[in-house]
Ligand binder design. Structure first.
Ligand SMILES: C=C(O[C@H]1C=CC=C(C(=O)O)[C@@H]1O)C(=O)O
Length: 407
């Protein structure tokens, strides 16, 4: 039997008007995000604010992730009617440890409406930045990936790089989140507390445009995104770039590999699956993307949103095709541990409903330091310096939020 999670999650559209009885508004949840908050997620459907940690997912050696999640629900469910919701992030490497927990308290509101967030300010005083690797070295690695493609059956690999930002003082993490939400209200804005040995607050904060998977009852939605063009401040040039992207053979190829992989993984679980034949354009504040919304109806009994998300992960939007060769190329060429970057971030309930976004356009932030991440899909038609420019444009999402710049 499919069960909807209605009680906790409103779906009404006007979020920023008066609250519905006791229910807080989305803006109020964003403003309440502070030192005691353990989780925030703003999606096109809802806004969630978690406080504290009631139970944390632990995993016995070789225990399947789904079994560990069942134990988490058993540990974290209270003896009242409050539905237990697990929230958090899973890393890129499936064998690495996830950060998943049931908060002490989880407040929910409808989505953050566009333009509803008042102008915000810089989250850090002036800062120094260091790229790892440098642009020139990243371009060389893209060239090495292209050489690998000529010598093997590797069709696509996503190569990423880091930008280390060191501020003069503490970075205001809540301000980073607010700045991201104000500039990227159409996507998935998130903040997840990460356990630290130092006892200091370390957080994964970002604004992803990409939905890996949403399951509500029998309905499933995936929104693979791949193929990117930096935006321009000049409206005519901006439009020209979007049109060029839509008709670019290289970007269509890069995109189709992701759509095919996602559709093939979901099809066995669905009684029908709609896969649009051509992608559409979507825009973030800094880049254009090719996007395809894949919708399906699940066969009953269906896997949970968590199981479906794990079956999809990592898609060729963050890893490559074929997956094993791409992972090896990433290990060989990237030179750093991705950690939670290019993993998944979201929520799920004990009935199997949930939403999982792809963890991109993000940074890990602690004290006065932020590590920003950005990757780009490399296919045989790629040109190294264009991929450098694409990753630079993707860094802007977090740089704008740190500096209070941009739109
Ligand atoms: C790995 C990233 O983006 C992926 C998702 C969307 C578009 C992508 C691209 O066009 O290359 C990447 O596959 C990132 O933003 O760091």
């Amino acid at each position: 039997m499919f069960t909807e999670t209605r009680q906790l999650f409103p779906t009404f559209a006007d979020t920023n008007g008066p609250a519905d009885g006791e229910r807080p508004t989305a803006i109020a949840l964003l403003q309440r995000y502070d030192a005691g908050s353990s989780f925030f997620l703003g999606t096109p459907e809802r806004t969630l604010l978690g406080s504290g940690v009631r139970a944390r997912l632990t995993r016995h050696p070789d225990e399947p992730m789904a079994a560990a999640l069942r134990r988490l629900f058993a540990d974290g469910t209270q003896n009242d009617d409050t539905p237990a919701i697990a929230v958090g992030a899973l890393p890129f490497a499936p064998e690495a440890h996830p950060v998943l927990f049931i908060p002490h308290r989880l407040d929910a509101a409808a989505p953050l409406a566009r333009h509803a967030i008042t102008r915000t300010k810089a989250a850090v005083r002036s800062s120094e930045t260091q790229e790892r690797p440098t642009e020139a070295l990243y371009a060389r690695r893209v060239q090495q990936a292209l050489d690998l493609m000529r010598q093997s059956t590797l069709k696509k690999v996503v190569l990423s790089r880091m930008l280390e930002v060191v501020g003069e003082g503490e970075i205001d993490q809540a301000m980073v989140l607010r700045n991201l939400a104000s500039r990227n209200s159409a996507g998935y804005t998130f903040a997840v507390d990460l356990p630290t040995a130092s006892g200091r607050v370390r957080r994964l904060i970002g604004a992803s445009p990409e939905l890996l998977l949403q399951r509500m009852g029998e309905h499933v939605l995936a929104n693979p995104i791949a193929g990117t063009a930096p935006r321009s401040n000049d409206p005519g040039e901006d439009l020209a770039r979007s049109r060029k992207l839509l008709h670019s053979a290289k970007d269509r190829h890069e995109h189709e590999l992701v759509v095919k992989a996602v559709a093939e993984t979901l099809r066995p679980y669905c009684r029908n699956l709609e896969v649009p034949p051509v992608p559409e354009l979507i825009a973030t504040a800094r880049v254009w993307h090719l996007s395809t919304r894949i919708r399906g109806k699940l066969i009953d009994p269906a896997p949970s949103s968590f199981d479906l998300a794990l079956a999809l992960h990592p898609t060729p939007a963050v890893c490559g095709e074929p997956r094993d060769l791409a992972r090896r190329a990433i290990e060989q060429l990237e030179g750093f541990d991705r950690g939670l970057f290019t993993g998944l971030v979201g929520w799920c309930d004990a009935n199997g409903n949930g939403e999982w976004a792809v963890t991109i356009r993000c940074a890990e932030i602690e004290a006065n330091r932020a590590n920003l991440y950005a990757g780009a899909g490399i296919v045989s038609e790629s040109e190294p310096w264009r991929e450098v420019a694409e990753t630079a444009a993707k860094f802007r999402t977090l740089l704008d939020a740190l500096q209070g710049s941009g739109v």
